[in-house]
Structure formats: structure tokens, C-alpha cells
Design a protein around this ligand. Structure first.
Ligand code: GTP
Ligand code: NAG
Ligand code: NAG
Ligand code: NAG
Ligand code: MG
Length: 406
């Protein structure tokens, strides 16, 4: 362009807009109780986030999210720190990572729901998707625990993981170097994908790849101020010396702050949106039956998908209905057969009873007849005896007999 048009102000416009809007960044701290999560967050942002200690006696892992508004030179940052509570404290640790996975998925789901709304509000939506997961490894100097590997393996497709060796002041320099190598080789052999600082820009590739070589960062956290020489620094003081948090020959705290906040925050946000969220969204939509191309690699519209889905649904419902009808008929038939069987049994019982009854009656009749015969026989005998008595009276009746007769 030969004359000034004003295209050059585009970056300024973007900057001004971003500043107006403010930024949002969400950190997830995963690590055992008391490993130094809160202290490191305080040290990183040079703020005393009011926080409490958690006990070791939770039966489940919980996640606690807190949002803070920070400001530096008119740039506002809406920072959310999510911390695991009770991680690694259960006897059975098998389900420790599930609440973390669920939390990350829930944030993706909330964003997806907002996207799918008819009246979307993505412009001032409070994005709660986790941009980075700081994984605190205990400074054992030995090796990773199964819990560490399992958790990172389950999170690596959902979030950018930066592994940290916590409380790095409690491990000697030689051991730390060996431990770092060990941790990295274990992560590689377990196939855990950790976040790689971008190296696609040639001029900075060297620095970023050298940073990648420092992973996992060995960090020390402290809000205590100690006077060293003629300046006051954040440090941990021990009887034998002082560990300066911000001295690169003491720990990797500065490297972490540099990479996390100063240079790669935007990349972490971008990766979250374009890689992790995209993966979640794709799986979710495919689960619902959406797809971009049909059977013959032809693009399919939403309308078509909707129609096919509806058709499928109706067909399925019809077959279900038919099945249910069949089942009903079958049931009725079975019931009928059962009823018939019962009726037959009753009938048989009835016949049997009738027969028994008849037999009884016959027996009774016979008895009656014999009784009647007996009575008849008895009557005859009586009649005969009376006649005999009368004759006796006529022939020789005394006065005494007459009285008795009376
Ligand atoms: N040696 C050493 N101690 C540390 C470091 N960071 C924190 N601590 C100490 O570890 C203890 C626990 O620190 P917190 O930051 O409360 O740990 P946390 O992980 O937030 O603990 P919960 O939130 O209760 O699970 C405190 O006494 C800290 O002073 C460190 O880098 N080195
Ligand atoms: C951006 O803001 C600065 C100061 O607030 C102002 O001077 C400048 O003109 C703005 N630029 C654009 C392109 O809006
Ligand atoms: C690392 O990569 C980021 C993003 O590409 C870049 O902005 C930064 O300058 C690079 N180097 C260092 C040392 O941060
Ligand atoms: C870092 O610590 C080393 C050794 O303790 C010391 O010599 C050096 O001056 C410190 N550097 C800074 C920048 O304070
Ligand atoms: Mg804490």
C-alpha cells in the first residue's frame, strides 16, 4: 500500500480489546496432601491466597476451585486455582484419578453446552476449562509411584501436564539430577504425554527445547523473606544455609514462572481449546451420532443427520413395540395354558371327590338297609312276644298280674 490506510493498528486494536476483556487462566494442582501446592501458588503469583490446610482423612478425592482477580499494570487476570484434596490418602488408591477426570470433563461439558445453545454467550462466558495441570511429584529420589503414572496417564489426553518435583530443597543436587532422568524415562516408557513447550518458531526453538530438557522442574516454594547480602529474597532458611526460591542455581522456580506465565500462557490456553477440548467435543458429538461425512465420503448436513437419527429412532421404536407385543401375546398364551392346567387339575380333584362321596353314600345306604332289616326283625319279635304275653294273661291271670299290667 502506497498510502497510509491504518491496517497497521490492527495489533493495537487486538491488544486494547484483550486488555479491556481481561484474561482468564485456570490451573489444576494435583499432588498429595501437604506436598506444597498452596505454597507454590502463593509464591508464583506473589500473593497470599487465603487458604486452609487439609487433613489426611478424606475417604474420597475432592477438588476445590477458587477464583481470584489479579491485576498488574492494568492487565486483569481472572485466575482459578483448582487443588486436589485428599489425593493419595485413601488405602485403596485405584479411584483417586477419577474425580479429577470427572472435573476436567465437567468443565468441557459446560463449555460445549454453552456452544450448543441457541443464544450463546461465549464472549463473556467464564471459561473454567483447565489450561494446565501441575503435577507435584514427591521428592523421593527413587522413582514414580503407580498412582502418579496412573493419574498422569488418565489425564494426558485431557489437559496439558507439567510435572514438577516438589520440595526440591529436600533432595541433594546429584540425586535430583538422577531423579529427573529417571522420572522422564519412566514417563516415556509408560507412554505419558506431557506438555511440550512449543518449538515451531526457529528463533526461539532453541530456548524452548532447552526448557523441555529441564523437565520435570524441581521447585521450591516459600513466602518467607530472608535478607541475603543487601537484598531481601524469598527463601527457605535452614541451620546450614538458605535456599533462594528465585535463584536458578538453587531450583527451577524461575524457569517454571517464565514458561508458565510469561511466555506460554497463551499457548497453554490455545492447546486446551484446539487439542483437548476439540477431542472431547468430537467424541461427545460422535457419541450423539453426528458426523461430517456420510458413507460415500459426501458431506452430510445437520438436517440430514437429524432426519436419519429420527428415522432410526422411529424404526427402533417400532421394532421394540413389535417385540413387546409378541412378548405380551406369548405371556398371555403361557398364562392361559397355566389356567387350563389348573382347571384340569381341579376337575380331576372334583371327580375324585364325587366318586368318594358316592361310595360313601352307597356304604351308608347299605348300612341303613341292614339297620331297617334289623328293626323290622325286632318289630316282628316284639309283636310275637306281645301275642305270647296276652295269651298268658287270658289263661292264668292273677290279681297281681292285673295290677302289673295296669
Ligand atoms: N521443604 C519444603 N517445604 C515446603 C515447600 N513448599 C511447602 N512446604 C511446606 O510444606 C507444608 C505444606 O505446604 P502446603 O503448601 O500447605 O501444602 P498443600 O499441598 O497445599 O497442602 P494441602 O492443601 O493441605 O493438601 C508447609 O509446612 C510448607 O511450609 C518446599 O518447597 N520445600
Ligand atoms: C489502544 O489504547 C491506547 C491507550 O489506552 C490508545 O492510545 C490507542 O489509541 C488505542 N489503540 C487502538 C487501535 O484503539
Ligand atoms: C517458547 O515458545 C513460546 C511460544 O511459541 C514463545 O513465545 C517463547 O518466546 C519461546 N521461548 C522462550 C524462552 O520462552
Ligand atoms: C544464587 O546462588 C549462588 C550460590 O548460592 C550465588 O553465588 C549467586 O550469587 C546467587 N545468584 C543470585 C542472582 O542471587
Ligand atoms: Mg493447600
Amino acid at each position: 500500500m502506497s498510502d497510509h490506510v491504518g491496517v497497521e493498528s490492527l495489533p493495537d486494536q487486538l491488544v486494547n480489546k484483550s486488555i479491556q476483556q481481561g484474561f482468564c487462566f485456570n490451573i489444576l494442582c494435583v499432588g498429595e496432601t501437604g506436598i506444597g501446592k498452596s505454597t507454590l501458588m502463593n509464591t508464583l503469583f506473589n500473593t497470599n491466597f487465603e487458604d486452609r490446610e487439609f487433613s489426611h482423612f478424606y475417604s474420597h478425592v475432592n477438588l476445590e476451585a477458587r477464583t481470584y482477580e489479579l491485576e498488574e499494570n492494568n492487565v486483569r487476570l481472572k485466575l482459578t486455582i483448582v487443588s486436589t484434596v485428599g489425593f493419595g490418602d485413601q488405602i485403596n488408591k485405584e479411584e483417586s484419578y477419577q474425580p479429577i477426570v470427572d472435573y476436567i470433563d465437567a468443565q468441557f461439558e459446560a463449555y460445549l453446552q454453552e456452544e450448543l445453545k441457541i443464544k450463546r454467550c461465549l464472549f463473556n462466558y467464564h471459561d473454567s476449562r483447565v489450561h494446565v495441570c501441575l503435577y507435584f511429584i514427591a521428592p523421593t529420589g527413587h522413582s514414580l509411584k503407580t498412582l502418579d503414572l496412573l493419574t498422569m496417564k488418565n489425564l494426558d489426553s485431557k489437559v496439558n501436564i507439567i510435572p514438577l518435583i516438589a520440595k526440591a530443597d529436600t533432595i541433594s543436587k546429584n540425586e535430583l539430577q538422577k531423579f529427573k532422568v529417571k522420572v522422564m524415562s519412566e514417563l516415556v516408557s509408560s507412554g505419558v504425554q506431557i506438555y511440550q513447550f512449543p518449538t515451531d518458531d526457529e528463533t526461539i526453538a532453541r530456548i524452548n527445547s532447552s526448557m523441555n530438557a529441564h523437565l520435570p522442574f524441581a521447585v521450591v516454594g516459600s513466602m518467607d523473606e530472608v535478607k541475603v547480602g543487601n537484598k531481601v529474597v524469598k527463601a527457605r532458611q535452614y541451620p546450614w544455609g538458605i535456599v533462594e526460591v528465585e535463584n536458578e542455581s538453587h531450583c527451577d522456580f524461575v524457569k517454571l514462572r517464565e514458561m508458565l506465565i510469561c511466555t506460554n500462557m497463551e499457548d497453554l490456553r490455545e492447546q486446551t481449546h484446539t487439542r483437548h477440548y476439540e477431542l472431547y467435543r468430537r467424541c461427545k458429538l460422535e457419541e450423539l451420532g453426528f458426523r461430517d461425512v456420510g458413507p460415500e465420503n459426501k458431506p452430510v448436513s445437520l438436517q440430514e443427520i437429524y432426519e436419519t437419527k429420527r428415522q432410526e429412532f422411529y424404526t427402533e421404536r417400532q421394532t421394540k413395540e413389535e417385540e413387546m407385543k409378541q412378548m405380551f401375546v406369548q405371556r398371555v398364551k403361557e398364562k392361559e395354558a397355566m389356567l387350563k392346567e389348573a382347571e384340569r387339575e381341579l376337575q380331576a380333584k372334583y371327580e375324585h371327590l364325587k366318586r368318594v362321596h358316592q361310595e360313601e353314600r352307597l356304604k351308608l345306604d347299605e348300612k341303613r338297609k341292614s339297620l331297617e332289616d334289623e328293626i323290622a326283625c325286632f318289630s316282628k319279635k316284639r309283636a310275637a312276644s306281645e301275642i305270647f304275653q296276652n295269651q298268658a294273661f287270658v289263661t292264668g291271670g292273677s290279681k297281681k298280674d292285673k295290677d302289673r299290667k295296669k
